[in-house]
Design a protein around this ligand. Structure first.
Ligand SMILES: Cc1ncc(COP(=O)(O)O)c(C=O)c1O
Length: 412
């Protein structure tokens, strides 16, 4: 099939000699966003001002809110602009403190969540809440039986499960989760940061009370995120201020970043087209890797996944070493969440799925994006094979050696 987006590579000039395959960490700016930044920046007034200088930015914010509400199936007033995914996640978790009446002091979140939720939940635990994690299957899907067993009707205040995982791309059965949580009287939050722009996200259809989003995973500027709060769902601000966002998030808004996110949300047609193209490239990439490099498997294979993400388990290697070798060859990939890179610890997500430390340590995350081309994939597969062969040679790895990887390190 011809690539309908070929020739519309959205990477910036400074990155053209590089192949960026880490779109789960962040995305480059869409060129149409980049070309409009100065125009938007000219609306420099304070959107809360009622004089003329305030009207332009206020209109930009309204336009952005309307576009985002439309793409999410929400009412514009159900959206709160934040600084990004982490703030949106913290805002929900920390709100629990003020709205969960006794005896609703129980919080359930999946073991696959982003640190911004896990750390916020730990803070809630220190504040006296009872926090439990929902187990995940090896497939990367959460264990619904565990959820059922852990739900406490009338006591569970919140269930939080991400829509799509940042490391494996596995999509969670959210409708089922919402049905179970609601039956127990709990509110439901989903972290949809990775899903936006890759799969359709309709908050009303999902039936959640809260959902988090971030612009920088969606070809917009960093510094703008959204929290969807369903009408009637309680919320307490993290930041108190001058009444912005209907008193739910104080502080003068990041109009420029919000405008960029709103602009991206208005591109529904391109989103659908790009998602299909990413799926084609991702499938081709996985088929080529599996056929050209022995003993590789894909974490979450067979499950519903984002069209963009591959989590590879490559025995006989080491994720950090591969990442650095590939970087020197001109390719940007990741061993896991960007926020934990630099840490020698294996990915908590992969460990939560039941991978051994050794397996998690030889995993690599590859995320295609709107700028990825067939030629990027061809070059990457060739280089990856070269790097893997070299590493395996150094370690004396024999193909088929790791029949039981749990018994040895991926490097030995
Ligand atoms: C699933 C998920 N949630 C939340 C975040 C945090 O978003 P932000 O970097 O905008 O704070 C990320 C970023 O990696 C993510 O992947």
């Amino acid at each position: 099939m011809a690539n309908p987006t070929q020739g519309r590579n959205i990477q910036t000039d400074s990155t053209k000699d590089r192949v960026y395959l880490d779109h789960n960490a962040t995305t480059p700016l869409h060129p149409e966003v980049r070309s409009r930044l100065l125009e938007w920046a000219d609306d420099w007034g304070n959107p809360s001002s009622i004089h003329q200088e305030g009207r332009g930015p206020k209109a930009r914010m309204r336009e952005a809110r309307d576009s985002i509400a439309k793409i999410l199936g929400a009412h514009p007033l159900e959206l709160i602009f934040t600084a990004g995914g982490s703030e949106s996640n913290n805002l929900v978790l920390k709100s629990i403190q003020t709205f969960a009446n006794e005896p609703k002091r129980h919080i359930l979140l999946s073991s696959l969540e982003h640190p911004s939720l896990k750390r916020a939940a730990e803070a809630m635990a220190r504040a006296g809440f009872d926090v439990e994690l929902i187990r995940a299957h090896r497939s990367g899907v959460i264990d619904l039986e565990d959820l059922e067993a852990k739900l406490r009707p009338g006591q569970t205040a919140l269930v939080s499960v991400m829509l799509a995982n940042n490391e494996t791309g596995v999509i969670q059965p959210l409708s089922e989760i919402v049905r179970m949580a609601k039956a127990a009287g709990a509110r439901v939050h989903t972290d949809a940061v990775q899903a936006l722009g890759k799969v359709p996200v309709n908050v009303r259809d999902l039936g959640v009370d809260y959902a988090s989003f971030a612009g920088h995973k969606f070809y917009a500027l960093k510094g703008a995120g959204v929290l969807y709060v369903a009408k009637g769902a309680p919320l307490e601000p993290l930041i108190y201020g001058g009444g912005q966002e209907r008193h739910r998030r104080g502080g003068t808004e990041n109009v420029l970043a919000i405008a960029s996110l709103g602009y991206m949300a208005s591109k529904a047609g391109e989103i659908t087209e790009r998602a299909a193209e990413m799926a084609r490239l991702r499938d081709r990439f996985e088929a080529e890797v599996l056929s050209s490099i022995a003993d590789v498997s894909i974490n979450g294979a067979g499950e519903k996944r984002l069209p963009s993400t591959s989590s590879l388990l490559i025995p006989g290697t080491d994720g950090e070493t591969m990442l650095m070798a590939l970087d020197m060859e001109g390719f940007a990939v990741s061993t896991g969440a960007a926020c934990s890179s630099g840490s020698p610890e294996p990915s908590p997500v992969l460990l939560a799925m039941g991978l051994t430390r050794a397996e998690a340590q030889c995993s690599l995350r590859v995320g295609v994006g709107w700028g990825t081309t067939d030629s990027d994939i061809d070059r990457f597969v060739l280089t990856l094979k070269k790097v893997v062969d070299r590493l395996r040679g150094l370690k004396g790895y024999k193909v088929g050696q790791l029949k039981r990887p749990e018994e040895s390190s991926c490097l030995t």
